[in-house]
Design a protein. Structure first.
Lengths: 86, 187, 397
């Protein structure tokens, strides 16, 4: 699980063009889409995470609504991947 | 009716150089565009996290607009009083190609929303409007040549008939072979 | 917010002819007849050249386009979109005595992606045909017009915005006639892009409906010929009375949650037309059927005191035709005024926006004098125009 979270940190930084953000700056339990959060993620980023799940893990998410729970934090993302990966 | 609005203040970016009102204020030649524009962004301490998500065309427009509008050029105007009239010749060709490449291979088919959103040239207007809280009228024209006269006249008429009090005008074009930005204010 | 309306001479802007080409047919009447009949051009297409999996779009088939294009001089010299533009402009022109070769006539083109289907694979055409300026030159030279066309490329508001640009130029008598033509294609480029936004419905779209789930893309062209010269023999003279645009300054792809931006465009357009909200008899809205767009529009209408006015979206009939949308849908609005006809908003069944907008649920004959057309698009842009039917008894020249 920890290994997956570390891998996700690197992937997210790349997928979302989070320049100047280091992996160790992202907390696994931190709310990814917190309006006041450090990362400043928006609706396009949420869609990009859907692309990431498909591209890297072969998991298809239908829409942003479905993504909301999954992308709550890195931890919830990792848990979801572990549950659904082939 | 006489055209009473006048052009003043302009910023130009080309060949690794940035000019404000004709004076060279930054240069970083002999490097690829991405390095040049990032260098300018850091040099002028523009501090805008969303900058890194923009495509090259928007980064070019953004830096040009920032330098044009620094020193609170828009301070005395209400958001609805500021208009934007911009243009280019290649629309969003560079990013179009990036998007097209992402759908070339049916086995590796992952179109990206963060890329696709930049396949419309008026997005650079949107980015500038968000940064500077500009809510007035705007239009984006595409033409093979930069018709500064037409844009200026169009802006002057918007001002003269009361649809705006100040107008951000100009041209921002990017291809891998060449880039050129010229933004100016009309009031 | 006060805008100073000076008492300067503003030439009137008459709509003297129009043409629509969509999957519903070639010609304004063909389209209006189908719309009146509740027919849709949106179908499920299983076509790998558009997308790997089936999609619901509105497409003009080659079997419909080829025979029509055969009427053009050397159709093989023109791309699919150019053929559609040329046919549309030619047909609209035929209904008038406008001299398209005159310096007094300008062409304005609205398109979001032009010949984007040529990108990477231009076929028999040179690669620079992808450039909108070059596409515009084809149209200009076909009709031997001496003026460089203007190309408005402003996302989904391009069509409405092009009408507003024309309005500005005509009011100042820069030109006597302006041919405003908007067009876009359904391409893999745009389909895949909107799919990445999860913005496409996997069924016919349902604007303002509780169960709406996204857009259907569509292709086509619409042409409106505008003039400062009053049409001589027509009964129902329609004018563009006002127009405006605005920016949300909120997000590059998501509409504002408050509807402020669109409200500003509407308010300014009404002001420009010297009209009150209460004078609007009908609203032709953008209504793309995405959850956020339709909700935002209802908020804007609430702010503008227009909730009670009968409204529709035409996207259910022809899909979202991008650069063509503002023109095609404006033409239908103009004919709604001429025919005193309200056409139902196809796809709507159950109210699905916060505010109580007044969706037209079945065709109705009603006296209509003035209407408002709106559009909103990526980049946070909004545009609105006001159309009015001239009262024959009180002509004001």
């Amino acid at each position: 699980m920890d290994e997956l979270i570390e891998k996700l940190k690197v992937q997210i930084i790349k997928q979302l063009n989070l320049e100047d953000v280091e992996p160790d700056e992202i907390d696994a339990d931190e709310m990814l889409f917190d309006a006041d959060g450090e990362l400043g993620l928006d609706s396009i980023d949420a869609l990009e995470l859907i692309v990431l799940l498909d591209k890297e893990y072969g998991i298809k998410i239908k829409n942003q609504e479905e993504g909301k729970q999954i992308f709550h934090s890195l931890k919830t993302m990792a848990e979801f991947i572990l549950q659904h990966q082939d | 009716m006489e055209n009473t609005a006048a052009t003043y203040r302009q910023c130009e970016i080309k060949n690794g150089e940035i000019f404000l009102n004709g004076k060279l204020i930054f240069e970083k030649k002999e490097v690829p565009f991405a390095k040049f524009i990032k260098g300018a962004y850091k040099h002028f301490e523009l501090r805008y996290p969303k900058f890194h998500k923009m495509d090259r065309l928007c980064k070019l427009a953004f830096v040009t607009a920032n330098l044009l509008l620094e020193d609170n050029q828009l301070k005395e105007y209400k958001p609805e009083e500021i208009a934007v009239v911009m243009s280019n010749s290649n629309s969003t060709l560079h990013t179009d190609s990036k998007h097209a490449n992402s759908i070339k291979d049916k086995e590796n088919y992952f179109p990206s929303p963060a890329v696709f959103v930049y396949t419309l040239p008026n997005i650079m207007v949107g980015e500038i409007c968000i940064r500077y809280k500009i809510k007035g009228e705007s239009v984006f024209f595409v033409s093979n040549e930069y018709d500064k006269e037409m844009l200026t006249e169009y802006s002057r008429e918007m001002i003269d008939c009361g649809d705006a009090k100040i107008c951000l005008c100009g041209w921002v074009d990017y291809t891998e072979a060449n880039y050129y930005a010229n933004l100016y204010l009309v009031k | 917010m006060e805008f100073i309306v000076t008492a300067m001479e503003k030439a009137p802007v008459y709509i003297i002819s129009d043409n629509i080409i969509t999957s519903l047919g070639f010609g304004t009447q063909a389209n209006i007849d189908k719309i009146s009949d509740g027919q849709t051009g949106v179908q499920c297409h299983n076509d790998a050249s558009i997308y790997p999996t089936p999609v619901w779009v509105s497409k003009i088939t080659a079997s419909n386009l080829s025979p029509a294009a055969a009427q053009l001089s050397s159709p093989e010299k023109y791309t699919k979109l150019e053929q559609i533009f040329l046919l549309s402009v030619a047909e609209a022109l035929q209904q008038t005595s406008v001299d398209i070769t005159s310096k007094d006539t300008l062409i304005i083109i609205a398109s979001t992606k032009g010949n984007i289907n040529l990108l990477g694979d231009p076929g028999n055409f040179s690669s620079d045909r992808v450039q909108l300026g070059t596409m515009a030159e084809q149209i200009q030279s076909y009709f031997k017009n001496p003026n460089k066309p203007l190309v408005v490329c402003n996302a989904c508001i391009s069509g409405v915005l092009a009408l507003d640009v024309a309005k500005r130029l005509l009011r100042k008598n820069k030109y006597k006639n302006i041919i405003v033509t908007g067009g876009d294609l359904v391409t893999e480029f745009t389909v895949s892009g909107f799919q990445s936004f999860k913005a496409m419905s996997d069924a016919p779209c349902k604007p303002y409906d509780k169960n709406r789930s996204g857009i259907n893309l569509g292709e086509g062209a619409g042409t409106m010929i505008l003039s400062t010269e009053k049409p001589s023999s027509k009964n129902n003279i329609i004018t563009i009375e006002g127009g405006a645009s605005s920016n949300d300054a909120n997000h590059i792809s998501g509409p504002s949650r408050t509807g402020d931006g669109l409200f500003n465009a509407i308010r300014k357009a009404l002001n420009d037309a010297n009209c009150l909200s209460s004078e609007m008899d009908y609203l032709s809205m953008h209504g793309t059927a995405t959850p956020y767009n339709d909700e935002m529009e209802s908020k804007a209408l609430g702010l503008a005191d227009l909730l009670h006015v009968p409204m529709n979206s035409l996207k259910g009939y022809i899909g979202h035709t991008l650069g063509a949308a503002g023109i095609i849908e404006s033409i239908v609005a103009v004919h709604s005024l001429k025919n005193n006809s309200l056409y139902s908003s196809l796809g709507f069944e159950e109210h699905g926006v916060t505010l109580p907008v007044n969706i037209i649920t079945r065709n109705e004959k009603k006296q209509l004098q003035k209407c408002l057309k709106t559009a909103s698009g990526f980049g946070g842009c909004n545009a609105a125009v006001v159309f009015a039917k001239q009262n024959i008894k009180s002509e004001q020249g």
